[in-house]
Design a protein around this ligand. Structure first.
Ligand code: SF4
Length: 385
């Protein structure tokens, strides 16, 4: 083979731009670079996020030549559903394959006229909270903005929700799936921007919630980039215990975290927000009456509501779910102290309910079948084994 032929043979095709994850500003810049009017961005956003259209040929309000150009240089590619589980209570959970073959989870929880989608931000997680199934899987990589907003797109698509009006299948989004959102700052901010944009999913900023375990430097700068609801995964009433079960606390202790969260809501224009304090109740670890009293003292005069989450057990977790009585006693102490307190009801009991559990199960199953197929030269869905 001559040198020029070699070059032709080895040159990689130029990567297409995935328009799914571009914000309005980014898409306007994209069309501006093509010499097109900025309103093309608005047209294309509506096709993608309101109607679920992926094929440029179907975008009938674009000129034929622009459709052909887009076909050559761009794509609209959501991640792929690897497995779907439906609970008898209406909860639907997906293991979603992202580029490279890794898996993340998304869960849609319908409740009356609301449906809350729990979205992942990373493949795995580096923070290693001791009670978390995802933390036990380690960290692989950040999701792209397209892979994050793609979970919303897939959820609506899986219900054929494009016909029922934009995004009604999903009324709320919580960034509480796999990963720590503030460790994937830029992509999470871009995806939340799309969730709230009227040309995409048009959710109210109060209905999009970012939940953090306490990456304080990025929480300190979040107000400059996103105006959404905030949840803090506290899980302990003091630093000694939180150091053990949420290791990032050793770097950013509770007082610093609560101060940063308060500064975030104080920076919001409406001045009416509160921080949601997430507290996973672990039997015999953080669920005593004394610890409830300590939590009440810690949060006295703090603008918050408290969400108690009885632990969802998973294999080899090392923890147990508290009894109903223990949950009630803990709740009562906080109520008596004047807090607004909710207890997360268990949903999807008949499917793998704990965050990260479905992915763990699919990974195990895929590895088993990969080993089974190894002799026949088949490839695993997963890249690493
Ligand atoms: S609880 Fe959240 S931050 Fe902690 S390891 Fe799990 S996914 Fe990561």
């Amino acid at each position: 083979m001559t040198a020029p032929q070699q070059l032709i043979a080895t040159a990689a095709p130029a990567a297409r731009v995935n328009l799914l994850g571009l914000t309005r500003v980014q898409l306007e810049a994209f069309f501006s670079d093509l010499g097109e009017k900025r309103f093309r961005a608005q047209q294309v956003m509506k096709w993608i996020h309101h109607r679920g259209v992926r094929d440029f040929a179907d975008m009938t309000d674009l000129s034929q030549s622009l459709r052909e150009t887009l076909r050559d240089i761009a794509e609209i590619t959501p991640p792929v559903i690897a497995e779907q589980q439906d609970s008898v209570d209406g909860t639907r959970k997906w293991a979603i394959a992202v580029e490279g073959g890794s898996l993340v989870e998304a869960v849609l929880i319908p409740e009356g006229d609301r449906a809350t989608l729990c979205v992942s931000s990373q493949v795995g997680c580096s923070l290693d909270c001791t009670f978390c199934s995802t933390g036990k899987q380690g960290f692989q990589r950040d999701l792209t903005a397209a892979e994050i907003i793609g979970q919303v797109w897939l959820a609506i698509n899986s219900y054929d929700g494009w016909q029922s009006g934009k995004g009604r299948v999903v009324t709320n989004v919580v960034m509480m799936g796999m990963g720590e959102p503030l460790l994937n700052f830029d992509n999470v901010v871009a995806a939340m921007n799309l969730m709230c944009d009227d040309l995409a999913y048009g959710l109210s900023k109060r209905k999009v919630t970012l939940s953090t375990s306490g990456v304080v430097p990025n929480l300190d700068r979040l107000a400059d980039w996103a105006d959404v609801s905030l949840a803090v995964s506290l899980h302990a009433p003091n630093d000694a215990l939180r150091d053990q079960i949420v290791p990032i606390n050793r770097k950013y202790p509770i007082a610093r975290l609560l101060q940063s969260a308060r500064a975030y809501i104080d920076a919001q224009p409406d001045k009416k927000r509160v921080v949601t304090i997430e507290y996973t109740l672990l039997a015999g670890v953080n669920d005593s009456v004394a610890q409830a009293e300590e939590l009440a003292a810690l949060l006295k005069d703090y603008p918050c509501k408290i969400n108690l989450i009885p632990f969802n057990d998973f294999p080899d977790s090392g923890y147990q779910r508290p009894s109903g009585n223990a949950v009630s006693r803990f709740w009562q102490v906080l109520i008596d102290a004047g807090f607004v307190v909710t207890v997360r009801t268990t949903r999807g009991d008949d499917i793998d309910a704990a965050c990260g559990q479905l992915v763990g199960e699919v990974v195990d199953r895929t590895r088993r079948s990969a080993r089974h197929r190894a002799g026949r030269g088949s490839q695993s869905l997963l890249q690493s084994d």
